[in-house]
Design a protein around this ligand. Structure first.
Ligand SMILES: NC(=O)CC[C@H](N)C(=O)O
Length: 464
């Protein structure tokens, strides 16, 4: 019988403890050692006789060991009461302190230090790498409600931007092994390199219930034992996210061209409906790469410009359309961006996504407001009122446009069916369309990808 012991970088159980457990359970295991300094024993079966270890051929960089066993299977971990009751993986070395005064002990697996941010929960089951690199999460701790994160590691293809912008990651349990053909690195190593704090072994369900009841909360994550809980709570009380411009710090510094399409291996759009090429200027308020890839896949030539790029310069480029991207923080804190949007609408067809939709809402005379805990997940039902159908969508926002504040010529085209909030707008005479959620969602769902085709049609109709 063959089994695998997975020794991952997310170390839980020191080798000595493994050996001690094995010795107590079967004396014949004395001398059994694994060469990794920290090993978690994931051995649910073991033999009555031989046990030998050897590095698996594809062990690097995750140190997989093969254990050869003969004989009867039995359950070792957790059923032998005579074994030490020590639970080293329960030892905490980090704290998440919330502004409501609650302190959550946890274990760190990312960068060390002290970091303040707003805690939001994300209900997606997949796509943690895209979430980590989505610039719209700047200033926020993302708590994943899916209890098991890290099993596919980190790859080279799924980045939504060139770095992680979020304040930190909060999860229930980190996968002890990584298994995916694209995997290049374990999640913890990646986060350390990106200098992003991350914790596991914390009751994410209890925190989520609290966020749902009380709304998003400011929190401080710390691995620093010399700071008291009181000091961390004070730090949370002093920090603000509402009214803060988070876009200027993350937008690109100079314009650049984008031509990379969705990789043909992953392309799901059928047929080619775009013989004509359109030039789109995309404002980078924290733009996700997949928005750019989808525009390129639909046949657009894209110029990405910084968030403060003057409207007059954009119009000089004579674009067929302008895209206002997603981005972090409070849309009411970036009046310069609203002014740019105001100067462009009516002069070129425009498409706003998420932050871009909120800025359009303001530029059209409407108001945005902060939601209780926002929408962060991959399965939000949205009613497309024009088509009379439901789209399952990926969402990530804490603010929304108040539809009652908009002038009567603005049509609400989409409604989030979870809370009836405004999820899309149109103004045909000004050639404006916008979505509060993510038609470019990667890893999906793709129900709303057709919005890009509608943008192409909007550009086509204004050319003819
Ligand atoms: N994804 C986004 O563009 C987020 C928009 C805005 N920052 C919000 O939280 O509502």
């Amino acid at each position: 019988m063959m089994a695998r012991v997975h020794a991952s970088y997310a170390d839980f159980t020191p080798t000595s403890l493994v050996s001690r457990r094995l010795r107590r359970f079967r004396p014949s295991f004395t001398g059994f050692t694994l060469s990794s300094p920290h090993v978690h024993l994931r051995l649910l079966m073991h033999s009555t006789s031989h046990i030998s270890t050897s590095p698996s051929p594809n062990s690097s960089p995750l140190h997989f060991y093969k254990v050869s066993m003969k004989g009867q299977s039995t359950f070792l971990s957790g059923c032998d009461d005579s074994v030490s009751t020590e639970r080293p993986w329960k030892t905490s070395d980090a704290r998440l302190v919330l502004e409501d005064g609650s302190v959550w002990m946890a274990k760190s697996f990312g960068a060390s230090g002290t970091q303040v941010g707003e805690v939001v929960f994300n209900t997606s089951l997949t796509g943690y790498q895209e979430i980590l690199t989505d610039p719209s999460y700047a200033g926020q701790f993302v708590l994943m409600t899916n209890p098991h994160i890290g099993n596919t590691g980190v790859n080279l293809d799924d980045e939504e931007s060139n770095q992680c912008f979020l304040a930190g990651l909060v999860i229930r349990s980190i996968s002890m092994c990584t298994s995916n053909w694209r995997c290049r690195e374990a999640l913890g190593d990646y986060l350390k390199k990106q200098n992003i704090m991350a914790i596991y072994d914390v009751d994410t369900r209890a925190i989520t219930r609290r966020l749902r009841e009380d709304g998003s909360l400011i929190g401080v994550l710390s691995t620093d034992e010399s700071t008291t809980d009181k000091e961390l709570i004070e730090m949370a009380h002093k920090w603000k996210i509402v009214g803060v411009d988070l876009i200027s710090g993350i937008s690109c510094e100079a314009p650049y061209k984008w031509s990379e399409k969705t990789d043909s291996e992953w392309e799901f759009k059928t047929g080619s409906d775009h013989r004509e090429e359109f030039h789109v200027v995309a404002y980078d308020f924290g733009i996700k790469h997949n928005i750019l890839r989808r525009l390129a896949s639909y046949g657009c030539k894209v110029t990405v410009v910084p968030s403060k790029w003057p409207a007059s310069e954009t119009l000089k480029l004579n674009p067929d359309g302008v895209l206002f991207s997603n981005g972090p923080g409070d849309p009411a804190a970036v009046p310069y961006a609203v002014e740019i949007v105001k100067d462009i609408i009516g002069k070129a067809p425009v498409f706003g996504i998420c932050m871009g939709h909120q800025l359009l809402g303001q530029a059209l005379g409407g108001k945005t407001f902060k939601m209780k805990f926002g929408h962060h997940g991959g399965n939000h039902p949205v009613c497309n009122l024009r088509k009379g159908c439901i789209e399952i969508s990926a969402q990530n926002h804490n603010y929304a446009v108040d539809p009652a504040s908009l002038p009567p010529n603005i049509e609400m085209t989409h409604i989030n069916l979870n809370d009836n909030s405004c999820a899309g707008l149109r103004c045909p005479e000004l050639k404006i369309m916008s979505l509060q959620y993510h038609p470019e969602a990667s890893p999906g769902p793709h129900d709303s990808d057709l919005a890009f085709r509608e943008f192409i049609q909007l550009m086509k109709s204004s050319k003819s």
